[in-house]
Design a protein around this ligand. Structure first.
Ligand SMILES: [Zn+2]
Length: 375
C-alpha cells in the first residue's frame, strides 16, 4: 500500500524528461510509482498544480542563531518549497561543529554545507554590522580548514570563498588562492563569490577549475559577465567551456535584470538558479527560491527549464544525482507548486522593477514520502 498519492498534478521531472498530468505515489520514504489511477492511504488531489522533484536551493544561509545572517531552513521549506538547502559557507573551521550539532543534525530538512575558508565563517553580516570575513588575513588558516573539511568529509561539499571590495577588502584575491589550495588538498570544488572589484572578474574567472562554482553569476555592473553592447565576456565563455558552473545566488546585491536579459538574449542560461536567502535578502528583493525562479519565468525561460535549474542541475552541481529527481525507487521528495497569473511586482538588486505576469508559489512539500502542510 502506498503511503501518499498526489493525484492529477502536472508532474514535471526534467531529470527523466517527464512532463504530463498523472499521479505519483510514495511508499517507505521513496517514490513508488508514476502513472494513472494510483491509490494509497493519504490521497491528495493536486489538479491544476505542478509536481516537481524537491527543490534544491544551491545558495542559502541557514546557520540560524549561530551566525547573524542565518535564516530558518524548516520555515523556508514549509513556506517556500525547498527540500534541500545548500549553505554557502556561513560557517568556517572555527564554528562548523556548532552548525553540524545544533542545526544540521536536528533539521528535518536536508542541509548540506560549504565550509568557509575564513575561520569564523561569515561572522559579521547584518543590517547594522557588515565586516567582510576575508578582509583580515589573520582569520585564514589553511591547515585548520583542511582539518575541519576532512573531519566532516561526510557533509562538506566544498570550500566557499568570498572576494571583492566588501568581502575581502585589502586582501584582494589572496583568500581565493588559499581556498583553492585547501580545496585541492581535500579534493573538493570551491564556490566563489565576487562582489565589486578589486579583484576583477579576470582574476577570479581565470582561477576557477572545472566543477568550481561562480555564484552571483548574473550580477550587475561592475564585474558583470556581459558588456554594455550585449556581448558575453570572453573570460566567462572560456570558463563555461571548461566546465565552471554558473549559479545565480540572487541575494541582496548580486542580481540584475539588465544583466539577465542580456545574458539570456546571448543564449547564456545559468546552470543553477538559487536565492542566496539570508537575514536581509529574505525581506526582498530575493525573498526565496520560488520568487527567484518566478523572475526567470517572467523573463521568458520556460517552466520545465526553470525547474531543471533548481532540481537536476543543482543536484549535478553538488554531485548528488540521487537528489532533484522523481525516479521510481529514489528519495520520496517533491515540491507541489502553484503557478498563478496576474501582475506581480519584482525587483532586482539595484532597484529596477519589473511587472511580471507569472508567479510560482509553494503548495506544500513531500519529505520522506510524507506530506508536509505549508503553515
Ligand atoms: Zn551568500
Amino acid at each position: 500500500m502506498n503511503d501518499l498519492v498526489l493525484k492529477n498534478g502536472r508532474v514535471i521531472d526534467p531529470s527523466q524528461g517527464l512532463d504530463r498530468v498523472t499521479d505519483i505515489a510514495f511508499a517507505d520514504g521513496k517514490v513508488a510509482a508514476i502513472g494513472d489511477g494510483l491509490s494509497g492511504t493519504d490521497m491528495r488531489d493536486v489538479s491544476g498544480k505542478i509536481v516537481s522533484p524537491g527543490l534544491i536551493d544551491l545558495h542559502t544561509h541557514v546557520y540560524w542563531g549561530g551566525t547573524s545572517l542565518g535564516v530558518e531552513a524548516e520555515l523556508l521549506a514549509r513556506t517556500g518549497g525547498v527540500t534541500t538547502f545548500i549553505d554557502a559557507g556561513s560557517a568556517g573551521p572555527g564554528n562548523f561543529h556548532g552548525f553540524r550539532r545544533h542545526v544540521i543534525e536536528p533539521s528535518p530538512v536536508r542541509i548540506l554545507p560549504y565550509l568557509n575558508i575564513s575561520f569564523p565563517g561569515i561572522f559579521a553580516f547584518s543590517k547594522t554590522v557588515m565586516v567582510g570575513e576575508n578582509a583580515d588575513m589573520r582569520l585564514i588558516d589553511p591547515r585548520e580548514a583542511v582539518r575541519v573539511a576532512r573531519e566532516h568529509a561526510d557533509l562538506v561539499l566544498g570550500i566557499k570563498v568570498r572576494v571583492g571590495k566588501s568581502a575581502s577588502g585589502d586582501s584582494g584575491i589572496m583568500p581565493m588562492d588559499i581556498a583553492l589550495d585547501v580545496a585541492e588538498e581535500c579534493g573538493l570544488p570551491i564556490m566563489a563569490h565576487l562582489d565589486a572589484p578589486p579583484p576583477s572578474r579576470h582574476d577570479v574567472m581565470g582561477r576557477l577549475r572545472p566543477g568550481d562554482i561562480l555564484t552571483h553569476c548574473f550580477r550587475p555592473f561592475p564585474n558583470a559577465p556581459v558588456r554594455a553592447d550585449g556581448k558575453v565576456r570572453d573570460e566567462i565563455l572560456a570558463a563555461r567551456a571548461r566546465g565552471v558552473i554558473f549559479d545565480i545566488g540572487h541575494g541582496g546585491g548580486s542580481f540584475g535584470f539588465g544583466t539577465t536579459r542580456a545574458m539570456l538574449a546571448a543564449g547564456f542560461l545559468p546552470d543553477v538558479i538559487s536565492s542566496d536567502v539570508h537575514v536581509i535578502s529574505i525581506e526582498g528583493p530575493a525573498f526565496d527560491l520560488l520568487t527567484t525562479m518566478s523572475k526567470f519565468l517572467c523573463l521568458g525561460v520556460d517552466l520545465p527549464t526553470v525547474l531543471k535549474l533548481a532540481t537536476a542541475n543543482a543536484a549535478a552541481a553538488i554531485k548528488r544525482p540521487d537528489l532533484g529527481t522523481l525516479k521510481v525507487g529514489g528519495l520520496g521528495e517533491a515540491t507541489v507548486i502553484e503557478q498563478v497569473s496576474g501582475n506581480f511586482d519584482y525587483a532586482d538588486s539595484i532597484g529596477e522593477h519589473m511587472v511580471g505576469d507569472k508567479r510560482l508559489l509553494s503548495a506544500g512539500v513531500v519529505l520522506g514520502g510524507k506530506w508536509w502542510h505549508p503553515t
